[in-house]
Every structure is written in structure tokens, then in C-alpha cells.
Design a protein around this ligand. Structure first.
Ligand SMILES: C[S@@+](CC[C@H](N)C(=O)[O-])C[C@H]1O[C@@H](n2cnc3c(N)ncnc32)[C@H](O)[C@@H]1O
Length: 278
């Protein structure tokens, strides 16, 4: 380790730069718009977003939740570590006739004052920030007393949770102190993170139906081309053809084990809403 990365601030900056580069790989906006676009409207409805609300979408990517919130009449800030993803979001927002503010921001250190938003939302987003408590503290801090925190996160047991578990032996080792993303899909974990600062917690497991990949290798090739974490995992073992072939088989087996028939898979997520104590 160099003297530079031994400094915790520099080390965190380097880690976040790596995460940003990973999410900019491939074509995440394709995944968001072609596969899971229904998640945003689900979260906006569950959080009760109304005309005039000031809403923050954290780890918004191309605006899967932010844009539906704006269409519901809210004044929306879409924030993300990876501003490369905003370009597609800006285009989509313009096509759908809404204006949003797009702000580059780390979920663990949001550049907004305390109590700034009526609602703070994140759809399969904040789960990817490595330090869960720091992230939860920021979500609560920027929400006004009485305001809503609304989250959608992949569950550890669901398809995407299992995808991360399957890729883990082939992926770069996680940095010290980081926690696994799908833990955010565990209701008890999120309740503990938010703690006594919130009330009226409502949690429900739901699924999004994916029927885009009739053959198992269809899913594998799509994710290898478009999804940053999968691309980064394959790059890590690229020099070991046996490991690449093993990972190919592991992903195909994962798909087969979840196939409900004809390639249909339901990806499970946790939908959780809570109110910040007044
Ligand atoms: C799976 S995508 C979800 C994007 C969007 N919310 C959606 O519903 O499609 C995960 C997002 O988390 C963002 N992200 C990862 N780490 C982050 C961090 N520390 N702070 C803010 N955003 C982060 C990535 O840049 C990426 O846009």
C-alpha cells in the first residue's frame, strides 16, 4: 500500500473512483429501462409522492425513480456517484417533458443540508454504497422531520442477490470495512440502520417479472455486455479461461434454478418506506 492510499480519505476517494468507473462500464441505462423500469413508479407510489414535493433520488443512475417522481409533479434532484449515467436520464426526462436537477454525489456524504427534502428515495441504488450505516445516516439527515424515506433493494435470497453471491468467488475482494449490497434487502438490517430516528416502517417483498431471456445464455451475455458489476467480475478473471468458463456455467445454472418456465424469472426485492420522526 502506498503512503497516499494509507490515508483513509484518499483510500475512500480511490474506492469511489473505482465504483464510479465500474458503473460507467457497459450500458447500465439499458438494464434500467429495458428490464426494471417498473421499479421507479412502484417506489414513487409507495412513498406517496405528490405535486410540489421536494424529492431526492439517491444513487439515481439514469433516473428510474427520479423521472417518475417528476412526472408525479415533484421537484426532483437526481443524485449519483456516476454522472456518466445522467446523459441518458436527461434525454429521457426531456422526451417525457419533465425537468430535474442532476447532481454528482456520494450517498455516504450527500452535498445537501439537513432536513432538505420531503422524501428521500432510492431504487436498487444506495445498496451499492459500501458503508451501510454512513449511507443510512445521510438518508435520514437530509429528509425533513415527518418526511418519507423510500427504498427498493434486491433481497439476498432473490435472483440478483444470488447473482452477487455467484459472482463473488470470481470478483475482486471487497475492500475492508465494506458490507455486501444485498444486506439492504433484509428488513431487519434496514430497520437497524434507520433505527429510532424513523417511525411507521412498512416493508414488503415483491418481484419484478423478467421474460427477456428465453435461453440462459441470453441473460449471461446481456449482463456481460451491459451490467458494470458483471463486466468487472469477468475482467478480473479474464486471464484464466477455465475460471471464465466456470463462471459462465455458474451463471447459466443460476438462471436455470430460477426459471419458472420459458426463461421467465421473478427478481425479488424489498420495498420499504418509513417516516422520519417529527
Ligand atoms: C443498480 S444501479 C441503480 C440505478 C437506479 N436507481 C435504478 O433504479 O436503475 C446502482 C447505482 O448506484 C450508484 N452508486 C454506487 N455507489 C454509489 C455511492 N457510493 N453513492 C451514490 N451512488 C452510488 C451507481 O452509480 C448506480 O447508478
Amino acid at each position: 500500500m502506498t503512503a497516499q492510499t494509507a490515508d483513509p480519505v484518499d483510500a475512500d476517494r480511490a474506492l469511489k473512483a473505482k465504483h464510479r468507473a465500474m458503473w460507467a462500464l457497459g450500458n447500465y441505462p439499458a438494464v434500467a429501462t429495458e428490464l426494471i423500469s417498473e421499479l421507479g413508479p412502484v417506489l414513487v407510489e409507495a412513498a406517496g409522492i405528490a405535486t410540489g414535493d421536494r424529492v431526492l433520488d439517491v444513487a439515481a443512475g439514469p433516473g428510474n425513480t427520479a423521472i417518475p417522481a417528476a412526472l408525479a409533479g415533484a421537484r426532483v434532484v437526481a443524485s449519483d456517484l456516476t454522472p456518466e449515467l445522467f446523459e441518458r436520464g436527461r434525454q429521457d426526462a426531456a422526451e417525457r417533458g419533465v425537468e430535474l436537477e442532476w447532481v454528482e454525489a456520494d450517498a455516504e456524504s450527500l452535498p445537501f443540508p439537513d432536513d432538505d427534502f420531503d422524501a428521500v428515495l432510492s431504487s436498487v441504488g444506495v445498496m451499492f454504497a459500501p458503508h451501510h450505516q454512513a449511507t443510512a445516516d445521510e438518508l435520514v439527515r437530509v429528509c425533513r422531520p415527518g418526511g418519507t424515506i423510500g427504498l427498493i433493494n434486491w433481497t439476498p435470497e432473490g435472483f440478483i442477490g444470488r447473482l452477487f453471491a455467484t459472482m463473488k468467488p470470481y470478483a475482486p475482494p471487497p475492500p475492508p470495512g465494506s458490507q455486501p449490497p444485498p444486506l439492504w434487502g433484509n428488513e431487519d438490517h434496514v430497520r437497524t440502520l434507520l433505527g429510532a430516528r424513523v417511525t411507521d416502517v412498512a416493508a414488503e417483498r415483491k418481484t419484478v417479472r423478467i421474460d427477456h431471456f428465453p435461453e440462459p445464455d441470453g441473460f449471461r451475455e446481456y449482463f456481460k455486455a451491459n451490467y458494470g458489476p458483471t463486466i468487472a467480475t469477468y475482467r478480473f478473471v479474464a486471464d484464466e479461461p477455465d475460471r471464465v468458463a466456470e463462471l459462465d456455467r455458474a451463471l447459466d445454472d443460476l438462471v436455470r434454478s430460477h426459471d419458472l418456465g420459458g426463461g421467465v424469472i421473478e427478481w425479488e426485492y424489498l420495498l420499504l418506506t418509513a417516516r422520519k420522526r417529527a
